[in-house]
Design a protein around this ligand. Structure first.
Ligand code: KIV
Length: 278
C-alpha cells in the first residue's frame, strides 16, 4: 500500500534541468518535522541511509534495512509539498543485479512515496541504473566516497586523487550515460569535481567536493550540530543545536529535582476557571 499519494512540485526532470541554471540545494531528512522545515528551502530532500548512524547509533550505514528506509521515507514524505524526495537504497538491496534492484526500488517508492532512488556505484552499477530508468524509476547515482563500500575502500578517504582520477571520471560518464538524472560526488578533490561537472550533462551534487558542483547536499544533523560523534572536514556547522538541546535537558532535570517544574501555570485547577473579560 502506498504510504502517500502526495506529489511534490519538483521532480527528477526539474532537478536535471537546473544544471547550468541555478545551484541545486539539498539536505538529508529522516522525520516529518525536519522535512517541513526544509521543504521551501531545498530542491530535493534526501532520505539518506546516514539515518543509521545519525538517528540509530550504528557505526556505519551497512546495518540499515529496507524497513528503516521505508519508515523514515514515509515520515519525510508527509512533510514535503515542494521539494522532491529521493531515497537511498540500503546496502544489500540492489547489488545482486537489476531485478533485485528493481524489486526493492519499486517497494521503496511505493511504500515511502519517494520520487526517485539513490544508489552507490559507478561503472559497475551502470547496467542496473539503465534497467531501473527504462522501467520508470528515476535514479540518482553516488560516486567517489561510497560509504557502503568502506570495507573495500579502506575507510572514509578522499577518492579520485592522482591515478584514481580517471576511474572516477569513467564512473561519472557511465552513470550519466546509463540515464541517472543526477550524481552525488562525495569527498573528491575540488578540481576533479569541477572537471566532472563540466564534462557530464547531468547535475553533480557535491558533498566534500567543490562549490563549482551543480548543487550541494549535507547531512542535516551534521550542519545543525546535532550529530557530534565526529565532524568531517567538509561539514560546515550552521548551528550548534546539540549543546543547546543538552543544556535545555539539564535545566529540565534540575527543575524536576528541585520540584520547580511544573509551575502553577503548567497545572490544572479542580474547577474550570471563569473566563476573564477582555
Ligand atoms: O546517506 C546520506 O546521507 C548520503 C549523503 C551523504 C549524500 O548519501
Amino acid at each position: 500500500m502506498s504510504a502517500t499519494a502526495r506529489k511534490t512540485a519538483l521532480n527528477a526532470e526539474d532537478i536535471r534541468a537546473m544544471k547550468g541554471q541555478r545551484p541545486i540545494v539539498s539536505l538529508t531528512a529522516y522525520t516529518t518535522p525536519m522535512a517541513r522545515l526544509m521543504d521551501q528551502h531545498c530542491d530535493f530532500v534526501l532520505v539518506g541511509d546516514s539515518v543509521g548512524m545519525v538517528l540509530h547509533g550504528l557505526s556505519s550505514t551497512l546495518g540499515v534495512t529496507m524497513e528503516m528506509m521505508v519508515m523514515h521515507g514515509a515520515a519525510v514524505a508527509r512533510g514535503l509539498s515542494r521539494a522532491m524526495m529521493v531515497i537511498d537504497m540500503p546496502f544489500g538491496s540492489y547489488e545482486e543485479g537489476p531485478a533485485q534492484a528493481f524489486r526493492n526500488a519499486a517497494r521503496l517508492m511505493s511504500e515511502s512515496g519517494a520520487a526517485a532512488v539513490k544508489l552507490e556505484g559507478g561503472v559497475e552499477m551502470a547496467e542496473t541504473i539503465r534497467f531501473l530508468v527504462k522501467r520508470g524509476i528515476p535514479v540518482m547515482a553516488h560516486i567517489g566516497l561510497t560509504p557502503q563500500s568502506i570495507n573495500t575502500l579502506g575507510g572514509y578517504k578522499v577518492q579520485g586523487r592522482d591515478a584514481a582520477a580517471q576511474p572516477l571520471i569513467a564512473d561519472a560518464r557511465a552513470v550519466a550515460g546509463a540515464g541517472a538524472f543526477a550524481v552525488v560526488l562525495e569527498k573528491v578533490p575540488a578540481s576533479l569535481a569541477d572537471h566532472v561537472t563540466e564534462i557530464i550533462d547531468i547535475p553533480t551534487i557535491g558533498i566534500g567536493a567543490s562549490a563549482g558542483c551543480d548543487g550541494q547536499v549535507l547531512v542535516v544533523d551534521d550542519m545543525l550540530g546535532f550529530f557530534t560523534a565526529f565532524k568531517p572536514k567538509f561539514v560546515k556547522r550552521y548551528a550548534d543545536l546539540g549543546p543547546t538541546a543538552e543544556a535545555a535537558i539539564a535545566e529540565y532535570a534540575a527543575e524536576v529535582r528541585a520540584r520547580s517544574f511544573p509551575a502553577p501555570e503548567h497545572t490544572f485547577a479542580d474547577t474550570v476557571p471563569a473566563k476573564t473579560k477582555t
